[in-house]
Design a protein around this ligand. Sequence first.
Ligand SMILES: *[C@@H]1O[C@H](CO)[C@@H](O)[C@H](O)[C@H]1NC(C)=O
Ligand SMILES: *[C@@H]1O[C@H](CO)[C@@H](O)[C@H](O)[C@H]1NC(C)=O
Ligand SMILES: *[C@@H]1O[C@H](CO)[C@@H](O)[C@H](O)[C@H]1NC(C)=O
Ligand SMILES: *[C@@H]1O[C@H](CO)[C@@H](O)[C@H](O)[C@H]1NC(C)=O
Length: 430
Amino acid sequence: MASPLLFLALVLVPGLAINAGAHNITEILAQFPEYSQYSSYLTQTKLDDEINSRQTITCLVLNNAAMSAVAAKQPLAVVKNILSLLVLLDYYDTQKLHAISKGTTLSTTLYQTTGVAQGNLGFVNITDLKGGKVGFGSASPGSKLDSTYTKSVKQIPYNISVLEISAPIMAPGITDAPASDVNVTALLDKAGCKTFSALIVSSGVLKIYQNAMRKGLTIFAPSDEAFKADGVPDLSKLSSAEVVQLLEYHAVPQYAPVGTLKTASGPIDTLASNGAGKYELKTTTAGDSVTLHSGLTSSRVSGTVLDSTPFAIFTVDSILLPTELFGMAPGSAPAPAPANEPTAAPSPTPVAPLAPTPATAPSPSESLSPPAPPMSSPTGSPAGGPAGVDDQTATPSAAADALSPRSFRTLFTASVVIIGFWSIASLSSL
Ligand SMILES: *[C@@H]1O[C@H](CO)[C@@H](O)[C@H](O)[C@H]1NC(C)=O
Ligand SMILES: *[C@@H]1O[C@H](CO)[C@@H](O)[C@H](O)[C@H]1NC(C)=O
Ligand SMILES: *[C@@H]1O[C@H](CO)[C@@H](O)[C@H](O)[C@H]1NC(C)=O
Ligand SMILES: *[C@@H]1O[C@H](CO)[C@@H](O)[C@H](O)[C@H]1NC(C)=O
């Protein structure tokens, strides 16, 4: 029995380590009213989702006075940048701060991985100063250490550390407000989504998007290649109302950056949703990669075109075909189905064969395969820099992120079943 036990131990130990990390920053901060402003801005900018979906993380928090001073003068998109520079992708408690080798180090931050940071602007310099003080500053050359460590707030060892600092860390350019009058079609054209861009103009959906932008909107724009892929129905056979529904299906009426998509707990309403369970999108996550599922097709979120709270545009690999429109031969009008008829029920007309491409077919095993390579076409951002969703910045936590808790749970469950079966088999053979 020794070898099955050893095998069991080998399977269990990494399972425990990777399933850990179910922290909730909002819940942690709720115990400290002096950080209520900071916590509220984490929620508004959806940085809370990003923090909760990561392991081995340090939040440098500002008290209400310091936070109000920052937020009063800045639009939400800038507040998001400032706060994301305060989230270190490493674990620092008081002890570790005072034990930095050679007294100074650089740490990568959420601003580096999810923001529009250029060069080393997304890195923070941590320096153990004389007299027991620890200073924080931008890693960009010539920056001052303009913030100091004030106290420890909360630690869940090696999962998350919350430390209070005196002031925000100011990287050059971090307060530059993104252009408020973004030209959506110009951005889409530049990002290789010309077909989609032309469709939203000709159908009038651009106006619908623009009306929703200020309240919160996320657009999933299929690339030009997606429109040429095998199995894409002839969109010219759709009525104009159906084209509008299809395009509305490619946007959700909320600000949903990648962290939010990763932590979504159920189906997401789109602009086309017109009742419970209608025109929804489901999400799955593998490492840092998010895939959207319509029920008929799946598409990887492949790049960031714009992330300007509360408005974001991402590119996707495939067109998302809602079952409400394409659950039957494309082009034919949707049958007036009873409201509570399950979408999987056989439809009167034959289901159009929409051969899913191997790369996008959802399968349980796919979640363990490495994420697909980042989109190769250029993505334009207001700052002019490409900001790929799949930016694999080398961080210690990147390896831990490679297996999502969900995928590991699948593997773990499968292993337990196999071991259980094996034990019974070997016992009965005794
Ligand atoms: C990380 O957090 C989870 C949930 O709070 C906890 O069960 C786990 O023990 C923590 N991991 C470590 C290494 O402390
Ligand atoms: C985190 O905690 C807050 C406050 O308790 C709660 O509203 C929120 O739903 C929690 N988030 C998750 C992902 O559990
Ligand atoms: C951090 O900043 C200090 C002060 O500007 C500088 O002396 C030090 O070299 C920097 N540390 C690193 C790792 O760049
Ligand atoms: C937006 O950019 C497009 C080019 O993609 C241009 O034709 C259009 O006039 C621009 N719209 C505005 C309002 O500037």
